[in-house]
Design a binder for this molecule. Structure first.
Ligand SMILES: [Cu+2]
Length: 136
C-alpha cells in the first residue's frame, strides 16, 4: 500500500502591488475670493440747504463722493483730524475755491451745485480727490 502524501505547498508568495503612491490631500479647497467689506468709494448724500461733514485723513476724503440735488446750496464741512496727511490745502478747481485746512479745525465750504455733472475737489497736490455728484 502506498500512502499518497499530499503536499500542499503554502509557499505561495503574496505580492501586493504597491499601488498606493498617491498622497492623500485633505486640505480644504481655497476660497475663490474674499468679499469686499466696504465699497471702494464710500458715498453719502446731502439735501438742498444741508451740511455734510467730510473727514480728511491719510486715506483722503470720507466720504469721497457726495450726492446732492441740482442747483442746490450745500455746505461741506471739512474736518482734518491731524497732521498725518497732506490735506492741508483744499482746492475746488472748477469753482476757483482754495482753503487751508488746519488740523483739528472745521472749515465750511458753501457751494451751489450745477444743473448736472459733478464738482471735484482735491488737495493741493491732487493726491486726495473727492467730488460732489449731482443726482439726475
Ligand atoms: Cu496732497
Amino acid at each position: 500500500m502506498r500512502r499518497l502524501a499530499v503536499l500542499v505547498s503554502l509557499a505561495l508568495p503574496l505580492v501586493l502591488p504597491a499601488c498606493n503612491d498617491g498622497k492623500l490631500d485633505n486640505s480644504p479647497p481655497q476660497k475663490a475670493s474674499a468679499e469686499p467689506t466696504k465699497p471702494a468709494t464710500p458715498s453719502a448724500s446731502v439735501e438742498a440747504g444741508g451740511t455734510i461733514e467730510v473727514k480728511v485723513d491719510g486715506q483722503g476724503y470720507h466720504p469721497a463722493e457726495i450726492h446732492a440735488p441740482a442747483n442746490a446750496a450745500i455746505t461741506l464741512a471739512f474736518v482734518r483730524a491731524d497732521e498725518q496727511n497732506c490735506g492741508e490745502e483744499l482746492v475746488f478747481a472748477g469753482l476757483g475755491i482754495e482753503k487751508d485746512l488746519p488740523a483739528g479745525e472745521r472749515v465750511e465750504v458753501a457751494i451751489t451745485t450745477p444743473a448736472s455733472g459733478e464738482v471735484g475737489f482735491a488737495c493741493g497736490m491732487n493726491m486726495y480727490e473727492g467730488k460732489v455728484v449731482v443726482r439726475p
